[in-house]
Design a protein around this ligand. Structure first.
Ligand code: XMP
Length: 514
């Protein structure tokens, strides 16, 4: 739509940093989007960018197949910021020189600011700490560029040609290890690109509301509620946009956590003035899942069955043609980008059947999780929903390695309740991104309980810290918490005789096991 803010495009040169850069731009209240590096200048221009950022990347500009950008990108009259690999690429493509200087800098590094410090580094003292990660370095700036910083090892740690709107830095401004990194980002956005910090919750909401209205007109809309923050915020936005045209549906697929269906109904009644249809569909989901152990098949079956349930609800209740989904920007990037391999078909994006009768309404498609939370708070959602930990659409089905039977669900559900309770009791629920359990239904191990031998299943406890689920660290939980979880699970969950703690980060692991 025409009055949608023009994006700052983050050109993904193959690093996980692209998403972090896009988030930092949003934190400066400017709208950003990530795009693959092989877009042509014409395709880039069609997105009407207000600025372009070339991300870092693991490649070297010397490598013959290192990622490139269309040289026309520099001729669009749009300000460009090169970061790390993007810095070297910009230098090389504009007539400067990159040398194999032998100067490797990894981690915290001091830069020396050269006065006048230009636009980007004007907030910096003479010497300041930044985060570096590079082998090669720019040894000659392109004509017209002013060198604004060096290090002990490289002559050109930052350079710019503000007249042409070209800015370029060897260090990473997006990581927290560069204390003044966000100041650099803001100088580029506000001064380099002349943007205003107007991507605020109020504007995000207004923009979303307008687009929803434009998309659905006077038609009826269904929204799947899961109890999580995403679907709640999506529902509130749609409600704000089209009011009584919205009906919310909670599908109890039998794959929920302990007490969840009641909780959803109760919270919903308290905070929403929207009709809620509660569909009890456990039997049909479990029947479809019988004997299925392959993770992707589970996801596909659940996604498909969801839609069939919604089609029935639409048929019986409203005749709705539109279905609201709480798809977030990271889901879009993870399932769609050219550089990222398709790791899992996320139920929100990839797991839906082709032949469904609905057009999707995805009001959160451009938002990161933290933005969804801020928007939710702005819309008046209570803390308990806004700060809720994420829970996957296919529910406990992807937390059972093996068949999704009632018995296996009973074990994983009971163990999960214990883990959540203990995390809550230790006051850790807001410092951990997710804390949950996985049941290894296909594995049994020998144990001893009382006087007897046991031969039962292991439960894996998974607890991670993360900012956006794209990367995650295993949480260094206190031993006492792990100890309580372990003894309670073994004591209270029949069928489980062993508890393991998953100490894999993402990457190389994913957060969920399936
Ligand atoms: P992974 O396992 O890919 O998960 O590291 C990243 C984040 O996404 C959540 N997740 C899902 N969310 N539908 C969802 O709505 C899904 O199918 C799904 N699968 C994973 C996961 O819990 C984590 O927060």
């Amino acid at each position: 739509m025409d009055d949608h803010p023009r994006p700052v495009l983050v050109v993904d040169l193959g690093a996980q940093y692209a998403q972090l850069i896009a988030r930092r731009v949003r934190e400066a209240h400017v709208y950003s989007e990530i795009v693959p590096h092989d877009l042509t200048a014409v395709e880039i221009a069609a997105k009407r960018p207000a600025g372009i950022i070339l991300s870092g990347g693991p490649a070297s500009v010397y490598e013959p197949d290192g990622p490139q950008v269309d040289p026309g990108l520099f001729e669009l009259g749009v300000p460009v910021l090169g970061i790390c690999y993007g810095h070297q690429l910009m230098a090389q493509m504009l007539g400067g020189e990159v040398g194999n200087t032998g100067a490797r800098e990894y981690g915290g590094t001091q830069i020396h600011v050269v006065r006048p410090a230009g636009v980007l580094l004007q907030d910096f003292p003479e010497t300041d700490s930044v985060w570096m990660s590079h082998g090669d370095g720019v040894v000659k700036a392109p004509d017209g560029f002013l060198v604004t910083a060096s290090t002990d090892l490289i002559p050109i740690a930052a350079m710019e040609d503000p007249q042409r709107g070209m800015f370029s830095i060897q260090f990473h401004p997006e990581v927290s290890h560069t204390p003044r990194g966000q100041a650099v980002m803001k100088r580029f956005l506000y001064e380099g690109c002349g943007l205003l910090p107007d991507w605020t919750p109020t504007n995000i909401i207004e923009d979303a509301v307008e687009r929803i209205r434009a998309q659905v007109g006077s038609a009826e809309v269904l929204c799947a509620l899961s109890g999580g923050v995403d679907s709640a915020v999506a529902a509130l936005l749609v409600h704000k946009a089209v009011g009584a045209q919205l009906t919310c549906v909670f599908v109890d697929h039998g794959l929920n956590r302990d007490g969840e269906p009641d909780q959803v109904e109760e919270t919903f009644a308290r905070y929403f003035q929207v009709p809620l249809v509660h569909v009890k569909a456990e039997d049909r989901f479990l029947a479809k899942l019988e004997g299925v152990t392959d993770p992707e098949r589970k996801r596909k079956i659940i996604g498909e069955e969801f839609i069939r349930v919604f089609e029935e609800v639409a048929h019986e209740h409203t005749g709705a043609r539109f279905l609201v989904q709480g798809t977030l920007y990271p889901d879009v990037i993870e399932s769609g980008s050219k550089t990222a391999a398709n790791i899992k078909s996320h139920h929100n994006v990839g797991g839906l059947p082709e032949d469904m009768d609905f057009e999707l309404v995805e009001p959160l498609r451009e938002l990161f999780k933290d933005e969804v939370r801020t928007v939710g708070a702005e819309l008046g959602l209570p803390e308990e929903i806004v700060r809720r930990q994420p829970f996957p659409g296919p529910g406990l089905a992807v937390r059972i390695v093996g068949e999704v039977s009632r018995e296996n669900l009973r074990m994983v559900r009971a163990a999960d309740a214990i883990v959540r309770e203990e995390i809550m009791r230790a006051g850790l629920e807001h410092t951990t991104w997710q804390a949950f359990c996985v049941l290894l239904a296909d594995v049994q191990s020998v144990g001893v309980m009382g006087d007897g031998r046991t031969y039962e299943h292991p439960i894996v406890v998974r607890c991670v810290t993360s900012e956006d689920a794209m990367t995650a660290d295993w949480a260094k939980l206190p031993y006492e918490v792990l100890d309580r979880v372990s003894s309670r699970v073994i004591r209270e969950v029949p069928g489980v005789n062993r508890v393991a703690y998953d100490i894999t980060s993402k990457p190389p692991g994913t957060i969920e096991w399936e």
